[in-house]
Design a protein around this ligand. Structure first.
Ligand SMILES: Nc1ncnc2c1ncn2[C@@H]1O[C@H](COP(=O)(O)OP(=O)(O)O)[C@@H](O)[C@H]1O
Ligand SMILES: [Mg+2]
Length: 290
């Protein structure tokens, strides 16, 4: 089941995924693939099926039909723990952090390293190791934070670094961010874009779900547009415009698309030139959350 030998094997390939909830068909034969180290934007209006697709990938839901491959091998994730141990980590919209616990505890929440005391029968949480590892992952993200600080004392951007650091600590190959900037200010969005670039430098693939097209164009290599449970388009970001994507999100095709004067020139949305993107003028006129 290999493609042409010169083609890079996708890190993750979802093929023909179908998922229904009672009378609602959330996914109708959805296929996407993400290459190793690639940043991939999953775009689409509310209820398009984006979160459901990611829940299938992370073992929260089982697909009714379709296959998942990682590095070319078919896999079936019976639980989020199973997908995590395969190297897939989810960063939740609200970052799902425990405010009253410190940074290192949040990074290892539920997966604390342990060490033996008095032989193998008595095991305690290895806080030294947690602190070391916390420093290591936050350094990799270039966001130093005291591992012993309570999370409630952190800024929004720092909280995000902790949430992403949690994924890094467990050697994620793919990090999924579902609407990560919904609650962030413009400055924090810039920081997220930076962090996403850093993940790319570290060779970690990212799937980012967002309704902010400026953000998608700033960080992603490729995208898929979903509408009503189907993929209606797949593009490299350098071969499509924001207004084309916005049209696709709302109409499901580009049949009646007419190039608008408001199109953002390619040089202003190329990856790595995020400083040139202004955030006030590019909110899509459709496709945004209500
Ligand atoms: N657990 C569920 N039970 C029933 N319907 C669901 C469930 N999860 C999602 N849906 C439905 O599936 C469709 C896709 O939802 P979702 O994947 O959340 O879309 P998106 O993330 O693109 O906004 C929607 O119609 C939604 O109401
Ligand atoms: Mg969603």
């Amino acid at each position: 089941m290999t493609d042409a030998p010169s083609v890079t094997t996708p890190l993750v390939a979802l093929n023909n995924i179908q998922k229904t909830f009672g009378a609602v068909t959330a996914l109708r034969g959805v296929s996407i693939d993400v290459l190793p180290g690639e940043t991939f934007a999953l775009l689409g209006d509310n209820a398009a099926g984006k979160s459901t697709l990611m829940k299938v990938l992370t073992g929260v839901y089982q697909p009714d039909q379709g296959t998942i491959r990682m590095d070319g091998e078919q896999v079936a994730f019976s639980s989020p723990a199973a997908s995590r141990s395969a190297g897939i980590e989810m960063v939740y919209q609200d970052f799902a952090l425990a405010d009253n616990l410190d940074v290192r505890t949040n990074i290892f929440l539920g997966r604390e390293p342990q060490r033996n005391v008095l032989g193998p029968l008595v095991r305690v949480v290895d806080r030294k190791k947690m602190e070391r590892e916390t420093n290591r992952v936050l350094e990799r993200l270039d966001i130093p934070i005291n591992p012993r600080l309570k999370v409630k004392r952190l800024s929004g951007g720092q909280r995000q670094a902790v949430a992403i650091g949690r994924a890094l600590a467990f050697d994620a190959k793919l990090i999924i961010m579902d609407e990560p900037t919904a609650n962030l200010s413009v400055a924090k969005v810039d920081k997220l874009i930076e962090v996403t670039q850093k993940l790319k430098d570290l060779g970690i693939a990212v799937i980012i779900i967002t309704h902010r097209l400026d953000e998608a164009f700033a960080v992603a290599d490729r995208c898929a547009v979903m509408r009503q449970g189907e993929v209606v388009g797949r593009y490299r970001m350098d071969e499509v415009s924001e207004s084309e994507i916005a049209h696709l999100i709302s109409q499901g095709n580009l049949d009646a698309y007419e190039s608008a004067e408001t199109d953002i020139p390619a040089e202003r949305r190329r990856i790595g030139s995020t400083s040139a993107v202004t955030h006030s003028e590019q909110i899509p006129t459709n496709g945004s959350d209500a």
